[in-house]
Design a protein around this ligand. Sequence first.
Ligand code: GMT
Length: 381
Amino acid sequence: MKIAIVCYPTFGGSGVVATELGIALADRGHEVHFVTYRQPVRLELLNNKIHFHEVHVPEYPLFQYQPYELALSSKLVDTIKLYGIELLHVHYAIPHAYAGYMAKKMLEEENIHVPMITTLHGTDITLVGKHPFYKPAVTFSINNSDVVTSVSASLKSQTLEIFDIKNQIEVIPNFIDKSKYSSSFTDCQRSLMAEDDEKIITHISNFRKVKRIPDVVRIFHKIQEKIPAKLIMVGEGPEKEGAEKLCEELGIADRVIFLGNSNEIDRILCFSDLFLLPSESESFGLAALEAMMNKVPVISSNAGGIPEVNENGVTGFLSEVGNITEMAQNALKILSDEKVLEAFKIRALKSAEKFDILNVLPLYEEVYKKAYQSRLNKSYS
Ligand code: GMT
């Protein structure tokens, strides 16, 4: 099948999921066309099965805001026509579902029918999408998608609560490619990061407010009072500077390493003992799943879809948002005993394997088939 994928190309869950999905689809013989404003960060290889089409938005002084949706929908129309694309899969409702719908309508004028699948990822619903300035357009785009999927059951129920949705929403969880981990590093050079007796605790995110970055620092502060430890902070975002200041104020700046964005997530997780995710809101928590696949237990909040990934007492522990004392205590329960740590590591990996791409990809292919079939029915009616 020829599939166009629209996503954000940046570091961030939805872009990562879209890119990995596209790569896996291409491996299964589909022809995949990414349409976005920059080559997605995890998309290194372009070949005859994986194409990238850049959306350009020409600057014009009259516009205070450059119309990205317009450029995206025009690019979609051109790409779909030029390559005979059969299906459009947009990740993150804003503004992708809206632009995708416009492209669909323009193509229908020329009797070209392309079904659109919209995957909801989280903040497109729980944070940005529900804002009154966007809500009508988001509701419209969801209701006018041929198929809507959400990355967790929690996100599905939040979507149904917030919006007046007439469409079905299918839950297809995020996934991870287990085969990429079987050949993982034998030497992850842990000694470059910490002393042998120090535990390594990691946080990876886009450092936005919902991630509760100060909680990450404060949990670590409590942990390192009891055991030798280092904190590795991976990612860039608005909360990073404040976090660096907080580390200085708490006198732990020498034990916290800020690495910025990284393409070596697996290597970092390879030498990590624990992952922290105290988010205010999280539709799934892909970063937690990546940690678990690298045998790293997770200390997290119980927000949104996190409990669908991190099982309390099994792969880590869950606490109410903001309960940093309990989170630190739980972290110490795991880290203070090597046997306990090892047991959590093994269970984290086992649980992550449920989300292997081999189990999840067929669910997307099923949805594609259904949408494509309905397109055929429409073109003949
Ligand atoms: O975490 C973010 O803020 C980035 C955001 C995104 O769209 O890139 O992540 C959302 O989508 C991820 C992939 O489906 C989920 O794993 C994250 O939980 C979700 N983030 C939130 O809901 C805050």
